[in-house]
Design a binder for this molecule. Structure first.
Ligand SMILES: Cc1cc2nc3c(=O)[nH]c(=O)nc-3n(C[C@H](O)[C@H](O)[C@H](O)COP(=O)(O)OP(=O)(O)OC[C@H]3O[C@@H](n4cnc5c(N)ncnc54)[C@H](O)[C@@H]3O)c2cc1C
Length: 297
């Protein structure tokens, strides 16, 4: 347990029943934000509000600040942590229903596949069609963040955040590669290159707090209206934060225009496999991509 804003709901709603809960607040040194010549290192127990208010983060990573301020409510951002946000469990209503034993809970069916699936995945589904709920994850991946993982042996592994998340096809019960007893201890972001810009755009159904229906993070070098070295990562569309590589390849080096962005989105959307109720997300991907890229030029 970090801030407890997700895990305590899961316990109270009888989705999980751990024998022991370890409160990470008792582990010292996990809630600082430090900078060296190459990176900004964010302790996993840093709360989301402190992340969004940190002067270095505000100066260097505006897209990450937009993502942080878009999530949940001020109260939840004061308590929820960055590590907890990345490791939070999915919001799929079948998973969150204590009486439904879906594949993610050891059952044999994904009820969303032929059921109520308007908020579910259009990319990367298969055994399970959850969408990754974190707003910070797409923004951090677009910034090429790495994560540090600690375990009982004391050994620290560092890997790209992109490689931290894992599709249901690898292990349908989990959303990331953490082994039992391992924790995320730090998130490291390389300092931005000269001329780099980052932004985050989130489409949600309600004006008040809500999870992303579709969101997009972009980070890269843009000069004279041309993107050169950049990454686009979507939230709300796949079981993991979803990189739009085909859109990046199409848009790279071209003078940005609405037409170029929409064509880029359509290249990437050729891989989408919408379910019965969520093809509308395809249009949203185009619109959100246009909004986020336009905001950087
Ligand atoms: C009403 C509501 C609205 C929300 N809206 C949004 C939203 O719009 N966007 C968004 O992104 N999120 C949203 N959230 C999710 C919220 O941001 C998360 O609940 C919060 O970030 C989780 O952080 P926590 O520290 O409380 O995690 P906890 O609840 O303590 O833990 C969550 C999970 O992560 C695991 N965990 C926590 N820290 C670590 C670690 N360091 N290493 C390994 N595992 C760890 C826990 O074991 C648990 O499984 C919302 C939540 C609520 C309740």
């Amino acid at each position: 347990m970090a801030g407890g804003t997700d895990i305590l709901d899961e316990i109270k709603n009888k989705i999980i029943a751990p024998e022991v809960v370890v409160d990470l607040k008792s582990v010292p040194g996990l809630s600082t934000i430090k900078t060296d010549k190459k990176h900004v290192a964010i302790g996993a127990m840093t709360n989301v509000a402190d992340l969004a208010e940190n002067p270095i983060i505000r100066e260097k990573f505006p897209g990450l600040v937009e993502a942080a301020l878009s999530l949940a409510t001020p109260q939840l951002r004061n308590v929820g942590t960055v590590g907890g946000n990345l490791c939070q469990r999915p919001r799929c209503w079948y998973y969150r229903d204590p009486d439904t034993i879906c594949r993610k809970k050891g059952g044999s069916r994904c009820y969303a596949f032929r059921g109520k699936n308007r908020y579910h995945a259009i990319f990367g589904g298969g055994l399970c069609y959850i969408v990754h709920p974190s707003d910070l994850a797409p923004a951090l991946i677009s910034l090429e963040a790495e994560v540090m993982i600690n375990g009982p042996t004391g050994k620290k592994d560092i890997l790209k955040l992109d490689d931290f998340f894992s599709l249901p096809q690898n292990n349908v019960r989990r959303e990331n590669i953490l082994e039992p007893h391992q924790v995320l201890s730090e998130i490291r972001i390389p300092l931005p290159k000269n001329g780099a810009k980052s932004a985050y755009f989130k489409f949600k159904e309600r004006g008040t707090w809500d999870f992303a229906v579709v969101s997009a993070a972009v980070n890269g070098i843009v000069s004279n209206g041309v993107f050169r070295d950049f990454k686009i990562v979507l939230g709300g569309v796949a079981p993991i934060p979803w990189r739009l590589k085909k859109a990046e390849d199409f848009i790279r080096g071209k003078q940005l225009s609405e037409d170029v962005i929409r064509q880029g989105a359509r290249k990437a959307l050729a891989d989408a496999r919408p379910l019965t109720e969520n093809a509308y997300k395809m249009d949203l991907v185009e619109a959100v991509l246009h909004a986020v890229i336009s905001s950087t030029v």
